[in-house]
Ligand binder design. Structure first.
Ligand code: TYM
Length: 324
């Protein structure tokens, strides 16, 4: 059976972009593969976090994993920092990665631009991510389009290691959906929807109330042409709404366009509110029925299962490198 690994940072508001780009794929994969889904709390530390808030966010994200439909009897759900092998392998991989490679990462460039004090962790972030993936002999990594470059680096590091020390790592492949892999901000549709953007009007959080969803979608930035067609470059706002409709309903983009042709943006927005509220309702009903205790049990069992596999891989790598 093929292995699947992915992770989400427990920061900000987990939004519909995270869901449609990543979490929804996780659920679809759980019946076909052996899956590991991680709450990557160590990655969150690359920028300052409030410790009390971080603890809450870890439990919240694990709860959302369950609420979107991941079944802990089929998949392993765990917290990155509970499995020390992640940090240990990250160091070993840092020693296999070139400064120039990390300098070229667009996420690092975006997040560090204009900032005076940027942590070294933000720079080496992709090595920790590579460690996450490579520890589980992962075949497939379902992610949104923004993670593609990190996946390419992971593949390069794995291949470099295998060339230097002999076959050690499985070289993973990204799974990036065609539509939904890059959901844009509702207020600034040339930028991706982001958990941490200050203006929350740009994102639909998975825990937003129906009223909030309505307000955000009805106010979403479009253009003044009022003609419906899909053109992400020239009509990013409208095209984003069409994508949101398409991924949630399972209709193709052409079908959505055909349905609203001649009807104007208002009709599309109104229906999108209904569809989105519906998507979130299922998730929220399950989320609010969970207890913290239940979530903690899942995480502790998950860490145990993940830990056994991760430790084995780490030993294998250490031996190859002459450490044991
Ligand atoms: P993170 O926490 O930023 O995002 C979690 C997942 O959501 C996807 N995503 C989006 N998809 C569509 N539209 C958007 N606007 C959007 N924003 C985010 C992301 O691509 C991601 O799949 N580095 C990762 C976490 C990570 C990881 C890993 C992922 C750490 N280790 C190992 C895979 C494998 C991150 O910051 O994701």
């Amino acid at each position: 059976m093929a292995r699947v690994f992915s992770g989400v940072q427990p920061t900000g508001d987990i939004h519909i972009g995270n869901y449609l780009g990543a979490l929804k794929q996780f659920v679809e994969l759980q019946d076909q593969h052996e899956c590991f889904f991680c709450v990557v709390d160590l990655h969150a530390l690359t920028v300052p976090q409030d410790p009390v808030e971080l603890k809450k966010k870890v439990i919240q994200l694990a709860g959302l994993y369950l609420a979107v439909g991941l079944d802990p009897s089929k998949v392993t759900i765990f917290v990155q920092s509970y499995v020390p092998a992640h940090s240990e392998l990250a160091w070993l991989l840092e020693c296999m990665t070139y400064f120039g490679e990390l300098s070229r990462m667009t996420q690092f460039k975006d997040k560090s631009r204009g900032k005076e004090n940027v942590s070294v962790g933000l720079f080496t972030y992709p090595d920790l991510m590579a460690a996450d993936i490579l520890l589980y002999d992962t075949n497939y990594v379902p992610v949104g389009a923004d993670q593609k470059q990190h996946l390419e680096l992971t593949r390069d590091i794995a291949q470099r290691f295998n060339n230097r020390y002999g076959e050690t790592f499985v070289v993973p492949e990204p799974l990036i959906g065609k539509i939904g892999a890059r959901i844009m901000s509702l207020t600034n549709p040339t930028k991706k929807m982001s958990k941490s953007e200050e203006d929350e009007m740009g994102r639909i959080s998975l825990l937003d109330t129906p009223d909030k969803v309505k307000k955000k979608i009805m106010r979403a930035v479009t253009d003044s042409e009022n003609r419906i067609y899909f053109d992400p470059e020239n009509k990013p706002g409208l095209s984003n709404l069409i994508s949101l409709m398409s991924v949630q309903t399972g209709q193709s983009v052409d079908e959505v366009v055909a349905q609203y042709e001649g009807k104007g943006y208002g009709a599309l927005k109104k229906d999108l509110v209904e569809v989105t509220v519906n998507t979130l309702k299922g998730i929220q009903d399950r989320y609010y029925a969970l207890s913290e205790e239940e979530i903690r049990v899942v995480l502790s069992e998950g860490a145990q299962r993940a830990g056994v596999i991760a430790e084995k891989t780490l030993r294998r790598v250490q031996e190859k490198m002459g450490l044991r």
